[in-house]
Design a protein around this ligand. Structure first.
Ligand code: PRP
Ligand code: URA
Length: 209
């Protein structure tokens, strides 16, 4: 599907297998979410522009490439998206971080917004929205809607596990947004949880259940 990238790298798939297990505890779960986010970030930033610079090594002048000054932002969808931020900042330390707080209403499964704080110049930045789960797609569509209302034009969505329903929702609402997933699962169950998925990402990262 256009603009949808499912990352089948062996390291990502191996870590994902451990992440999914109901026997994986909070500490390891949190570490794996971060590690997978870092590996996904490596792929999702592949097309960032670079420019040539000259660097004096102890031996001679080397022609090197560095990022071409493009301004970046990472926007986690609270809560679970927070688990992906640290390892991404480790790779792109100049990125600013914004936060969008959304939770799914347990009955309607629709996203409810409760917090938003974004970098002032967010409209001039390439934005990476991060959230481990793309289920109905309601949260992702709402987060992207919000960013577009703030003037953002260059948005990438990164989810660890998605499903056809969520991908379809994002594709229909925001066909311009590049979507990166580590896995495309089967479908949703009657509670709008992803099958087979990994359960509730927020609860597993923060140990709240
Ligand atoms: C989870 C997940 C996504 C959302 C995905 O968050 O982290 O934000 O559900 O579902 P959707 O695609 O159907 O919108 P949740 O609402 O459980 O909040 P939490 O991160 O605070 O636990
Ligand atoms: N949110 C989660 O954390 N898990 C799912 O399977 C669906 C939404």
């Amino acid at each position: 599907m256009e603009n949808v990238h499912v990352l089948d790298h062996p390291l990502i798939q191996h870590k994902l297998a451990i992440l999914r297990s109901k026997d994986t505890g909070v500490k390891e779960f949190r570490e794996l979410i971060g590690e997978i986010a870092g590996l996904m970030c490596y792929e999702a930033t592949r097309n960032l522009p670079t420019e040539e610079v000259e660097v004096e090594t102890p031996i001679a002048t080397a022609r090197c490439r560095v990022l071409a000054g493009k301004k970046l932002a990472i926007v986690p969808v609270l809560r679970a998206g927070l688990g992906m931020v640290d390892n991404m900042i480790a790779l792109i330390p100049s990125a600013k971080v914004g936060h969008i707080g959304l939770y799914r209403d347990p009955v309607t499964h629709l996203p409810v917004e409760y917090y938003c704080k974004l970098p002032e110049d967010i409209e001039n930045r390439q934005v990476f929205v991060v959230d481990p789960m793309l289920a109905t797609g309601g949260s992702a569509v709402a987060a992207i809607d919000f960013l577009k209302r703030r003037g953002c034009k260059n948005i990438v969505m990164m989810n660890i596990i998605g499903c056809p329903e969520g991908v379809r929702a994002v594709r229909e609402a925001h066909p311009d947004v590049e979507l990166y997933l580590a896995a495309m699962d089967e479908r949703l169950n009657e509670h709008a949880y992803i099958i087979p998925g990994l359960g509730d990402a927020g609860d597993r990262i923060f140990g709240t259940k």
